[in-house]
Design a protein around this ligand. Structure first.
Ligand code: HXC
Length: 262
């Protein structure tokens, strides 16, 4: 924090909430490598800032992001892509992020923009949102997790259709298919709603929030038996935290908990 970026606006609109707005309006927030490197830095800053409990990532009213930067990729060769590990700067965007990330999508979220939105732990959108994986129209395929995350989110047949045809998915449809948790009427309501939910998350014990995110994410990788066992280990572990005593003690005493984050 305190840092300024060329392609991002970074702020804290409410106590405990970190906000990153993609801000490359001339290119509809096309996700160039410099932009992604800045995003890595901003998210790392919030991860390291103990006053921040949850993060919101959004774009403009017109575009969350219209994809990876096509002009940057246009002349790329196989050996340059392979040699420089092109897209590597995207891989760690969310792996180091232990705090919840909410993505709030208004306007276009296409290609890499859709993939970035799907990296959110919670996704919201407004009725203006347009999701899609149009890479097929450019002679390529999704390259930042789209084929995997979209399929997990909306099912194989719908994901196949979107990825093979390049057809877009409206905000309303995204809500009906469960791609997003909630569809807001306007972009303003979407961004405000995301910030309000982030503030709510930030008001709880940060130890419990971290554990909750970790166990839900495990469900994506583990079978049900191992997943439930993992959950139980982490659940048991929380009885070693101060905040478990604070939270349950406050309930029994009919008081409001004052979290220690310990
Ligand atoms: C570079 C882009 C861009 C992109 C838009 N722009 N999308 N530049 N990469 N992905 C630029 C345009 O070139 C134009 O610049 C300016 O932004 C405004 O865009 P317009 O096309 O004039 O706007 P509009 O007519 O409103 O159309 C909006 C749009 C269209 C439908 C979203 O821009 C579009 O189709 N964009 C590409 C979408 C796409 O294919 N995304 C997938 C990319 S591949 P100038 O200089 O002309 O004003 C991908 C692969 C990911 O993401 C792989 C892993 C990371």
């Amino acid at each position: 924090e305190g840092k300024s970026y060329e392609h991002l606006l970074v702020s804290s609109p409410k106590p405990g909430v970190g906000l990153v707005q993609l801000n490359r309006p001339k290119a509809l927030n096309a996700l160039s490598t410099p932009l992604i490197l800045e995003l890595n830095s901003a998210l790392r800053g919030f991860q390291a800032d103990s006053s921040i409990g949850a993060i919101v990532l959004t774009g403009s009213n017109k575009a969350f992001a219209a994809g990876a930067d096509i002009k940057e990729m246009k002349d790329l060769t196989f050996s340059a892509a392979y040699g420089s590990d092109f897209i590597e700067s995207w891989s760690h965007l969310v792996t180091f992020l232990k705090k919840p990330l909410i993505t709030a999508v208004n306007g276009y979220a296409l290609g890499g923009g859709c993939e970035l939105a799907m990296m959110g732990d919670i996704m919201y959108c407004s009725t203006s949102a347009v999701f899609g994986q149009p890479e097929i129209k450019l002679g390529v395929i999704p390259g930042a997790g789209g084929s995997q995350r979209l399929t997990k989110a909306i099912g194989k047949s719908r994901a196949m259709e979107a990825i093979l045809t390049g057809d877009n998915i409206s905000g309303k449809q995204a809500g009906e298919w469960g791609l997003v948790a909630k569809v807001f009427e306007t972009p303003e309501e979407c961004t405000e709603g995301a910030i309000a939910q982030a503030a709510k998350i930030a008001s709880f014990s940060q130890i419990a929030v971290k554990a909750a995110k970790e166990v839900v994410n495990k469900s994506q990788d583990l079978g049900i038996r191992e997943g439930v066992e993992f959950e139980r280990r982490v659940f048991h572990g929380l009885f070693g935290s101060k905040d478990q005593k604070i939270g349950m003690g406050a309930f029994a005493a009919k008081q409001k908990p004052e979290w220690s984050n310990e």
